[in-house]
Design a binder for this molecule. Structure first.
Ligand SMILES: Cc1cc2nc3c(=O)[nH]c(=O)nc-3n(C[C@H](O)[C@H](O)[C@H](O)COP(=O)(O)O)c2cc1C
Length: 338
């Protein structure tokens, strides 16, 4: 029987499919169902920096009621009610999730700037988190801020969180950096034990009748896996930090591709929202069948076999791919025309 176990962030995982951060894990019953279906780890829904800032403002306001002193306005933030859980509810949920399952439970801290909220990482650790995923989702909208400043802000934040806790920290990154290998190397230097590729950007859509800009959320499709495979394959072998892939993982084939690119774990969310939590079990059956038909002893033995370091021709990972792809398309078009 093929061994499906993997190692991620120093944690032994029973298999390669973890659940990425999703509101599905806000119910303990779902957390149990994820483990039963074969998930090897669960990243809980995120606790947001803005939410902690708001909670702290609300507390300050309560304490200073009747006086003239109010902290600086945070009016640009959503209401507290827009967030899913308060910090106390989050920590309690984390404790309950830990008790409910034997697989690793990873807490998710979502923020982009340094601040008092970083202490939350320690509280997550005390509540039983076996690792922390730090989601550094940030959008550069200020033209006076340079790329180097943004990266430095993330690195300082990662350093602070890593210093605050003993448990491993993984950083969930966006794809929009000029030099992902350089940034990942520096994140590792700052103490990160893993990188999670990548955040999806949720761009708002425009309603041209009402002239409104509206938040939109579409579930992913497997095509979103390709940039993640590409970067995992480039990073693999050049980092000591582990690689997780999140985005576009829907089938056994997607999981195999993720591992062959160099990922230690493939995370799912959209596929579970679309097909249900039991989808994990079906994907694991397909995965095992595929590996056994080809007599692979272990899944981990295939890790990185299609990475840039392992393939004889690296041009598909470099500029050569761009040129080949474009020219092969125009050739096909020409043939079709005759
Ligand atoms: C409804 C929903 C809620 C999400 N909430 C979070 C969150 O709180 N924190 C986070 O880091 N990612 C969050 N994500 C992103 C997922 O963790 C995941 O990275 C992303 O959906 C890509 O994976 P997929 O293609 O399997 O959906 C959310 C995604 C969805 C669909």
């Amino acid at each position: 029987m093929t061994d499906l176990s993997m190692q991620y962030l120093g944690l032994k995982l029973s298999g390669p499919i973890a659940v990425a951060s999703t509101p599905l894990s806000e119910s303990i019953e779902n957390v149990r169902r994820m483990e039963d279906a074969g998930a090897s780890a669960i990243v809980l829904t995120s606790l947001f920096e803005e939410q902690l800032a708001l909670e702290s403002r609300t507390l300050d306001e309560d304490l200073s009621r009747g006086t003239e002193s109010f902290p600086e306005s945070l009016d640009y933030l959503p209401d507290l009610g827009d967030y899913r859980m308060s910090q106390d509810v989050y920590l309690e949920h984390l404790r309950r999730a830990r008790q409910a399952v034997n697989i690793p439970v990873i807490a998710s801290l979502n923020g982009a700037t340094q601040g008092g909220w970083v202490r939350m990482a320690r509280e997550m650790e005390q509540a039983g988190a076996q690792a922390i995923e730090l989601n550094t989702y940030a959008l550069a909208t200020d033209q006076s801020q340079t790329s180097a400043e943004i990266e430095m802000q993330i690195l300082d934040l990662v350093t602070q969180v890593c210093e605050a806790v003993q448990v491993p920290v993984a950083v969930k990154l966006s794809q929009s950096f000029t030099s992902i290998p350089h940034l990942c190397a520096r994140l590792e230097h700052a103490g990160a034990r893993g990188v999670s590729l990548f955040n999806r950007f949720y761009q708002p859509d425009f309603d041209i009748e009402t002239l409104e800009v509206r938040p939109t959320l579409h579930f992913s499709t497997p095509s979103e896996l390709l940039p993640r495979l590409h970067w995992a394959a480039i990073l693999y072998g050049h980092l000591n930090a582990d690689i997780a892939i999140t985005g576009g993982v829907h089938s056994a084939e997607d999981v195999l591709k993720a591992v062959m690119a160099g990922a230690s774990v493939a995370m799912m969310v959209s596929a579970l929202h679309i097909h249900g939590i039991d989808h994990i079990a079906r994907v694991l059956v397909d995965l095992r069948y595929w590996l056994e038909m080809r007599e692979y002893a272990s899944l981990s033995g295939t890790r990185g076999c299609l990475s840039r370091r392992s393939v004889p021709d690296t041009s598909p990972y470099d500029r050569g791919n761009y040129i080949k792809t474009l020219s092969s398309y125009s050739l096909r078009q020409t043939v079709a025309a005759f």
